[in-house]
Write a protein that binds this ligand. Structure first.
Ligand SMILES: NC(=O)c1ccc[n+]([C@@H]2O[C@H](COP(=O)([O-])OP(=O)(O)OC[C@H]3O[C@@H](n4cnc5c(N)ncnc54)[C@H](OP(=O)(O)O)[C@@H]3O)[C@@H](O)[C@H]2O)c1
Length: 262
């Protein structure tokens, strides 16, 4: 029989008061949105990206947030986000591995150097940050949530636009999510992924530069349209909140209007 207990209120279950979150790629697009959403739920957010002036602008708007200039493609920078979180707030409860790059070109023209560059930012950096955050959580014997922003292109191939390195990195990130969840569930550290469909951002500027891009996305999407920024808020808060998803780990949640269901 299911244990009875007081029913949680809808609002309380998604609150993150007192929590410390790191969001990478917070200088634009989805990452900036994620930082705002976590902050609105009560978290103090460490904002990570290369464009410091953008992070400073956002930090001025979000209570308790800290901007950290960091190039996630450089090994020597990878310890900066967790160091900054611990220096300013003493710990990390939530990591959103959101920063990402793509280098759209046909596989036959994609160089090894570019392939390694994309894997460095999209896959190696999330692993190194996740491990650093998990070490902090373990040292305090505290639970935590790691959310990897993957992509539907980590689940399916598309071919056009051609993105071998990007799809490889996101596919790797999805199975890294599952493996880390299996290793760390016993510590109360949950690792999940969100796999967005297509959303308008700097990354998709070119795709959405004219109507044909919107039409192409609509044709492949069961919902017949691209996604809007706010449509990721619920998935993010659900996975970030211990109260909402304490028994959810290793999950890959597509937020794609049904792209991967067809
Ligand atoms: N938009 C979509 O349709 C879509 C769909 C599926 C998945 N995603 C994923 O969502 C995430 C965010 O993408 P977006 O659409 O919001 O694109 P975006 O606006 O281009 O944002 C990318 C972010 O990553 C940061 N970044 C890139 N390289 C970095 C580096 N070397 N070091 C530190 N930060 C770096 C950028 O900041 P700086 O340039 O300031 O460093 C920026 O804040 C990515 O992982 C992307 O793969 C997006």
């Amino acid at each position: 029989m299911i244990e009875s207990g007081p029913a949680a209120s809808g609002e309380a279950i998604f609150r993150l008061d007192g929590k410390v979150a790191i969001v990478t790629g917070a200088s634009s697009g989805l990452g900036e949105r994620f930082a705002r959403v976590l902050s609105a739920a009560g978290a103090r957010v460490v904002l990570v990206a290369r464009r410091l002036e953008r992070l400073e602008g956002l930090a001025a708007e979000l209570d308790g947030s800290v901007p950290v200039a960091c190039d996630l493609g450089r090994s020597e920078d990878l310890e900066l986000p967790v160091q900054a979180a611990i220096r300013s707030h003493g710990r990390v409860d939530i990591l959103v591995n959101n920063a990402g790059i793509e280098r759209s070109r046909p596989a036959l023209e994609e160089t090894e150097e570019v392939f390694r560059e994309v894997l460095g930012v999209n896959l190696v950096a999330p692993f190194v940050l996740a491990a650093a955050v998990a070490r902090d959580m373990r040292s305090r014997d505290a639970p935590g949530s790691i959310i990897n922003i993957a992509s539907i292109l980590g689940i399916v191939g598309v071919g056009r636009p051609p993105q071998a390195s990007y799809t490889a990195s996101k596919g790797g990130l999805i199975n890294l999510t599952r493996e880390l969840s299996a290793q760390w569930a016993r510590y109360g550290i949950r690792v999940n992924a969100i796999a967005p469909g297509f959303f308008a951002s700097e990354m998709t500027d070119q795709l959405f530069s004219d109507e044909s891009g919107y039409r192409w996305v609509a044709r492949h999407t069961a919902s017949n349209r691209h996604g809007h920024g706010h449509e990721l808020d619920g998935a993010l808060l659900f996975l970030a909140s211990e109260a909402a998803s304490s028994y959810v780990t290793g999950a890959v949640l597509p937020v794609d209007g049904g792209w991967t269901s067809m």
